[in-house]
Design a protein around this ligand. Structure first.
Ligand code: PMT
Length: 412
């Protein structure tokens, strides 16, 4: 009884957007809609073209009490409830069943139907309940897509092992509805950072030389984006300020795209107040003092142009030094090629951060652009060396550390 009352409270008034893709398990979405409605949720359904081969829009509409959305280019739908509004108004987007095809299109950032366009446009958390044939599930492409979607912050439930509609036995069955409902409840339950706001910087900055050339570095944004996803996963309301990267935006947060260090600082200042700031971006220390308005020409025999540099603002130091609105916990990184701990300790002091994660970026370390990292956590109480692990794992460890610090009410 207590559990039911708690679940009712968790989902009451929540808006859930259920995307039903084309798989035999689509019929189970009907019962899912009913159970979510019983728990007080507002359920809007999006049915893909393939999904409509398995269940009818009429059944979903009757059970949800809402119009079912199917077409990206429906004039009436766009006027009444466009795809951006559907994406924006959801508290949680659930894809059940999530097919191999839809996950592949999500991973690639495609928006060629209503479902994929919403998945690309939404800032709400996304829960995927995959269901497919075992061979499709085990295929390297599906597993790689899933890994990348998880790194971007998508949560998954299932699939489970069992008899499949195709006659095979193995992994690929849609998770039990009770498990999907539990995962949905989890999505709304208080994570350890619920109620806290986090600001994360990520990626490089590009400092223009002329309209076509710029100064940059090798940061891919993988570490910073993973941290943003981990903090969001722990319940924080995250703003990610990202320099130019080629990886996709993580789900479930506000992402601000910038190019230069000055734009990054302005975006960070605009996103305040925040309780936590993590500066993982590889911000260019210098910019060209006066970028050329036109492309610099390589005239025959002309002198090689010389670039006069000016110092960029230091975002980490600026945030740490704020009198008003200083985040309660400011975490920086130190990218070093030698004397890592000593240089990082000096940065902790010089920039006024509370914690520094020091990593080795020397040639051959694979830190810039790679998938793994080996960091030392430097606080005012000492140095802790973490083993080499995936960047997502580093992010997860950091999020847990932040949660512990806030629980204790202190910073290290
Ligand atoms: O993006 P990836 O490919 O995943 O690689 C991850 C990473 C190596 C970029 C990341 O782990 C990392 O080390 N980020 C910090 C890179 C850096 O610029 O380090 P730094 O030692 O030069 O700067 C120290 C700190 O000051 C950093 O928190 C940096 O964000 C910040 N800084 C630096 C200069 C500046 N003008 N403003 C800043 O805020």
């Amino acid at each position: 009884m207590w559990n039911i009352a708690r679940v009712m409270r968790v989902l009451s008034g929540k808006s859930i957007l259920l995307i039903v893709a084309g798989g035999i398990a689509a019929y189970k979405s009907l019962e899912l809609v009913r159970r979510l409605k019983d728990r007080g949720a507002l359920v809007r359904c999006v049915l893909t073209e393939a999904g409509a081969r398995f269940v009818t829009p009429l059944s979903l509409a009757a059970l949800s009490g809402e119009k079912v959305h199917q077409d990206l280019f429906s004039l009436t739908d766009e006027v009444e409830m466009g795809h951006i509004r559907l994406a924006r108004e959801a508290d949680l987007v659930v894809v059940a069943p999530a097919t191999a095809d839809l996950m592949a299109r999500m991973q690639a950032g495609m928006a060629n139907d209503l479902a994929s366009a919403i998945l690309l446009a939404t800032r709400a958390p996304i829960l995927l309940a995959p269901s497919m044939n075992t061979a499709m599930w085990e295929h390297a492409a599906t597993q790689a897509n899933l890994k990348s979607l998880r790194q971007r912050g998508c949560k998954t439930v299932g699939p489970q092992d069992g008899d499949l509609a195709c006659g095979e036995v193995g992994a690929g069955r849609l998770a039990e509805l009770s498990d999907i409902l539990a995962a949905i409840d989890d999505g709304f339950s208080a994570g350890p950072l619920k109620g806290l706001r986090a600001l994360v910087t990520s990626g490089p900055t590009h400092e223009p030389i002329d309209p076509v050339r710029f100064i940059a570095n090798r940061s891919s944004g993988k570490q910073g984006h993973a941290i943003a996803a981990a903090l969001a996963g722990a319940g924080a309301k995250v703003t990610l300020v990202s320099g130019p990267v080629s990886i996709p935006d993580p789900a479930g947060m506000c992402v601000v795209h910038v190019e230069t260090a000055e734009q990054m600082l302005a975006a960070c200042q605009k996103s305040l107040p925040a309780d936590i700031a993590v500066c993982a971006a590889a911000v260019a220390d210098w910019k060209v003092k006066t970028p050329a308005g036109q492309k610099l020409k390589k005239a025959k025999g002309a002198a090689v142009p010389s670039l006069e540099l000016a110092t960029n603002p230091d975002i980490l130091a600026t945030l740490s030094g704020l009198k008003k609105e200083r985040p309660r916990l400011v975490v920086g990184f130190a990218a070093e090629t030698q004397n890592i701990s000593a240089h990082a300790k000096a940065k902790l002091e010089a920039k006024g951060a509370d914690w520094i994660l020091a990593n080795d970026v020397s040639e051959g370390s694979g830190t810039f652009g790679g998938d793994s990292n080996q960091v030392h956590l430097i606080t005012r109480s000492g140095i802790e060396t973490w083993p080499r692990m995936s960047k997502s794992h580093v992010a997860q460890e950091l999020a847990e550390r932040v949660a512990r610090a806030f629980k204790k009410g202190k910073k290290a």
